[in-house]
Design a protein around this ligand. Structure first.
Ligand SMILES: Nc1ncnc2c1ncn2[C@@H]1O[C@H](COP(=O)(O)OP(=O)(O)OP(=O)(O)O)[C@@H](O)[C@H]1O
Ligand SMILES: [Mg+2]
Length: 190
């Protein structure tokens, strides 16, 4: 989740879910009325993409090993419910000054639900060789209880093309990053 548009929430959801689906039974719940992932439900075969008519209470009745929930870029009534329901809240963010400001709102919302300990901030769409990423990392570490993923997801065409490649990155680096982030996520459940 993140109340900022275009930080790569849907793309990351898809890539992680497809990677998990290699080994376990996975469902994606698209809670975003934009329906970015719902549009792909006919092309992605290894997992189900559901809208549940926008009713988050239906999630609890689902039978999957892992459920990935994609959220919209704005505050909805459902968001608090989803924060409480989730075992892990992945918050992708770009490494920009504006993004750093925007993430404070998302983290406050998570904090207000006493859910900071199950959040994981992921630096996303990272451009190579920029010291800004390091600066942002330093700033993020100052936020109390925030855990920052060791894996960074780069800005790669391979991710932009996710919809065409059914969420399986063609590029080796992209593939490694998704696998590494998946491992970090799994470790959170140990
Ligand atoms: N790691 C990445 N590298 C390059 N392009 C990316 C990456 N992640 C996402 N994109 C591209 O950036 C755009 C926005 O991504 P996406 O739709 O996943 O963001 P979002 O946070 O879900 O947006 P919204 O807030 O509208 O739901 C898309 O064109 C997508 O293909
Ligand atoms: Mg989206």
């Amino acid at each position: 989740m993140h109340q900022k548009g275009g930080v790569g929430k849907s793309t990351l959801t898809l890539n992680l879910a497809v990677n998990f689906a290699k080994a376990v039974n996975v469902g994606i719940v698209d809670m975003d009325p934009q329906g970015s992932l719902t549009q792909l439900s006919t092309v992605i075969q290894d997992l189900d993409i559901l809208t549940l008519e926008g009713k988050p209470e239906k999630i609890q009745k689902l039978q999957y090993d892992y459920i990935f929930i994609d959220t919209p870029p704005y505050l909805t009534n459902n968001l608090k419910y989803l924060i409480n329901l989730a075992d892990l809240i992945v918050v992708p963010t770009k490494a920009g000054i504006m993004d750093l400001m925007a993430i404070q709102g998302t983290m406050s919302l998570i904090k207000s639900q006493k859910a900071l300990d199950k959040s994981l901030v992921v630096l996303n769409m990272i451009k190579p060789n920029t010291t800004l990423t390091l600066d942002i990392q330093t700033e993020l570490r100052k936020i109390d209880k925030l855990s920052l993923a060791k894996t960074h997801i780069s800005d790669l065409v391979s991710f932009t093309r996710s919809a065409f490649t059914k969420g399986i990155p063609e590029n080796v680096k992209a593939k490694q990053q998704i696998e590494s982030l998946s491992t970090e996520i799994l470790y959170r459940f140990l």
